[in-house]
Design a protein around this ligand. Structure first.
Ligand code: PXP
Length: 237
């Protein structure tokens, strides 16, 4: 069974909407773990729109499973990651105007720059993942740059408007996962996964972990975090 890593950014979004201290993404993370989540994910953005540095520091202290820090490959973020030492760093592209991460990281166009940054993170004891589109060339570049995990972007699959497009997109994910796994990388997947579309992705054998945020937090608002995580785990199983 693939592992479930729960992204709690959107809990912080509600908190930041008021600029006070509730709801607390750290408490949400603890409840997600209590419900059986295998990992916790947060994205520390350059503009600090949801998760704050303090959240990451606190999560480092309390997360008992695995803490995955999503971040842009900037000097500032590399320094923060080297100081806080999450278990995993996932390098993502970041644009200030975007509502959420759009598209995978262009590893192929930035191998040299990423190679140096990834090696610094690895030397600090952090496992490095790159968030990429299901594209064989990006996977090859991720290997060249020294990544240990690739997280395959499932956004195009999740947003497919008809069955034909969905099939095309899932085929790309299946092929990318098989290629990456054969090449010795660990394979994760995420973005846009929800209670209706997770099962075909969970069924891909090479995908060891799924990173899911918005749909779980949205359901948690209605039924509570523990129930929302349990329902997702049931589907993955
Ligand atoms: N994986 C990555 C790299 C992401 O940037 C995000 C969004 O923060 C997710 C997974 C989770 O996406 P969603 O919130 O749509 O489940």
């Amino acid at each position: 069974m693939a592992r479930l890593a729960v992204n709690v950014d959107h809990v912080a979004n509600v908190r930041q909407a008021r600029g006070i201290d509730i709801p607390d993404p750290v408490m949400a993370a603890m409840l997600a773990e209590l419900a059986g989540a295998h990992g916790i994910v947060v994205h520390l953005r350059e503009d600090r729109r949801h998760i704050q540095e303090r959240d990451v520091e606190l999560l480092r202290l309390v997360v008992k499973t695995k803490l995955n820090l999503e971040m842009a490959a900037t000097r500032e973020m590399i320094d923060i990651a080297k100081r806080i030492k999450p278990d995993v760093v996932t390098l993502v592209p970041e644009r200030r105007e975007e509502l959420t991460t759009e598209g995978g990281l262009d590893v192929k166009g930035n191998v040299k720059d990423l190679e140096g940054k990834i090696s610094q993170l690895r030397e600090a004891g952090v496992v490095v993942s790159t968030f990429i589109d299901p594209d064989i060339n990006q996977i090859k570049a991720a290997i060249d740059a020294g990544a240990q995990i690739v997280e395959i972007h499932t956004g195009a699959y999740a947003e497919a408007k008809d069955e034909t497009t969905r099939k095309i997109e899932i085929d790309k994910i299946v092929k990318a996962a098989a290629f990456a796994s054969k090449a010795g990388l660990k394979v994760s997947a995420g973005h846009g996964l929800n209670y209706r579309n997770v099962e075909p992705i969970a069924a891909i054998q090479e995908i060891e972990e799924m990173s899911i945020g918005h749909s779980i937090v949205a359901r948690a608002i209605m039924v509570g975090m523990v129930e929302a995580v349990r329902e997702m785990l049931r589907l993955i199983r």
